[in-house]
Ligand binder design. Structure first.
Ligand code: NAD
Length: 475
């Protein structure tokens, strides 16, 4: 099929590359010329492992090209994906201005020569399928009123579930594909588009091998409203799982429990599942906060107060402050202290800093008079460029970040941090305090390396069974 993908961010670039890899002919469009110029050179505007290689394969398979103007690609396409950003407004609503511009632009470019499907890939508030249909039609009527009766198109919702950092794997081997449409023709175009992915008969790339237990992909076909609800509900549920682990970790700290053991103990129950139960400094990223706020806002428009969602946001807000409390417990005074942060990206294997806990922690520390040093394997350039007024001293590696620091905070669990030489790290510090914000290290090993260790929800162990010899128990 001929496909246009509008928006070459984390979702659009990966979607376009995957569809071209599967044999479709794809044009990716973005208004940002610098991104398009990079992509034309075979580079990617974002850090995503394997993406450059997938784009190279996409050129060999279906073919992929990159443009700034959507008119011609839209005219040539059977399927047009909208994958633009839908960032939050201060009210919690989604900013739909990018979506609106894209939808109107699609309408203005259409002709009556073929049936086209316009697909919402962006995460959009409930009812956006309707909105997109209206905007496409308005764009069409404004630009080419004479074609208003002859142009035929359908609208579909196809929410995206990829995770930054493993986006290629997630897109080639998804748990499910969700297709929302209101008419059979649109649904059959979408089913045909995804058939190669469903069948899983393509030759898997060496850098993203097919899981051994991979089966044909489940397709969930629904109405547009249900598809839109699926995306929001999935993110709300995942955020709630992490929030739950965090809440339990705070109780564990008080009663002397170890949250990693507790989560293993509950996660092995099939009804619960082990994923997304890691306690830590709270979730971040461009999706969870924005999507929960948007769902809350929609619920509010219908007169419903979604208390569980509100609590999920509140628990996460509190969790981010825990680092500061832990540092105060260990160091008392933060003014004039040097705090080293390991990791800035909101999670490992990405350069994405949107709503990253690191930024809030750094801001708070600086505001409290501390000096902040930081190292991140990938996200430092982005952090510097996006936060020019944040007075962070960026370091070349973890060891130099730790140099003369009064405390080290592990913020993002990049794999390379798991292999650091803890003795070396501790020996360079002014005071070897380690706040392990992701429970990456073994507490005893960290202590043996010389650290005063504090994880999340990991009470240091005091034996419950005291001496059995009568008369020797402590009073
Ligand atoms: P992004 O900000 O990385 O990319 C959006 C791109 O759209 C930008 O390059 C921007 O220049 C471009 N754009 C904006 N208006 C345009 C227009 N009118 N025409 C052409 N291009 C335009 O965003 P993202 O992270 O890729 O997210 C896109 C959508 O997918 C959002 O709704 C998001 O919630 C959703 N989503 C994101 C993820 C994720 O992990 N990032 C996962 C699932 C769903």
């Amino acid at each position: 099929m001929r496909v246009t993908v509008i928006g070459t961010g984390y979702v659009g670039t990966v979607t376009g590359a995957c569809l071209a890899f599967l044999g479709h002919k794809v044009t990716c469009v973005d208004t940002d010329l610098s991104k398009i110029e990079k992509l034309r050179l075979g580079e990617t505007p974002i850090y995503e492992p394997g993406l450059e290689k997938l784009i190279a394969l996409a050129h060999e398979n279906g073919g992929i090209d990159f443009q700034t103007d959507l008119a011609e690609p839209v005219r040539e396409s059977d399927v047009i994906f909208i994958a633009v950003g839908t960032p939050p407004l201060p009210s919690g609503e989604s900013n739909l201005s990018y979506l609106e511009a894209a939808a109107r632009g699609i309408g203005a470019a259409m002709d009556g020569k073929r049936f086209r499907v316009v697909v919402n890939k962006s995460t959009v508030p409930i009812g956006s399928g309707n909105l997109v249909e209206t905007l496409v039609r308005e764009g069409l009527v404004e630009a080419q009123p004479e074609l208003a009766e002859t142009v035929r198109f359908g609208v579909a919702s196809n929410p995206e579930f990829l995770r930054e950092g493993s986006a290629i794997h997630d897109s080639l081997y998804p748990d499910r594909i969700v297709l929302g449409a209101e008419d059979a023709r649109t649904m059959s175009v979408m089913s045909a588009l995804y058939q190669p992915l469903v069948d899983q008969k393509f030759l898997d790339p060496s850098f993203a091998p097919r899981p051994v237990d991979m089966r044909p992909v489940a397709v969930v076909t629904t109405t547009i409203t249900s598809a839109e609800m699926i995306k929001y509900s999935a993110n709300a549920f995942l955020a709630m799982k992490i929030g739950f682990a965090n809440e339990i970790s705070n109780i564990c700290e008080r009663v002397g429990g170890e949250v990693t053991e507790v989560m293993t103990g509950i996660g092995l129950d099939n009804r619960i599942g082990i994923g997304f139960l890691n306690a830590g400094l709270g979730w971040g990223g461009s999706c969870f906060g924005k999507d929960i706020s948007s769902l809350l806002h929609t619920a509010g428009e219908y007169g419903y107060q979604a208390r569980l969602l509100e609590a999920s946001l509140a628990v996460n807000r509190l969790q981010r402050q825990i680092v500061i409390q832990k540092l105060q417990e260990k160091l008392y005074i933060l003014k004039g202290r040097t705090i080293a942060l390991l990791g800035l990206a909101f999670k490992p294997n990405t350069d994405d800093l949107r709503d990253a806990p690191s930024l809030q922690i750094a801001e708070k520390l600086i505001q409290m008079g501390a000096r902040v040093r930081a190292y991140d394997p990938i996200a430092m350039d982005a952090c510097r460029a996006q936060n020019p007024s944040l007075r962070i001293c960026y370091c070349n590696d973890a060891l130099s970040a730790a140099e003369h620091a009064d405390a080290l905070v592990l913020v993002t669990e990049w794999p390379e941090f798991a292999n650091l030489n803890l003795e070396d790290l501790a020996s360079r510090m002014n005071r070897a305090v380690l706040i392990d914000g992701r429970n990456l290290y073994h507490p005893e090993k960290a202590r043996q390396a010389g650290f005063e260790y504090s994880g999340i929800g990991r009470a240091s162990r005091t034996p419950l069974v005291r001496s059995a010899t009568p008369g020797t128990e402590p009073s």
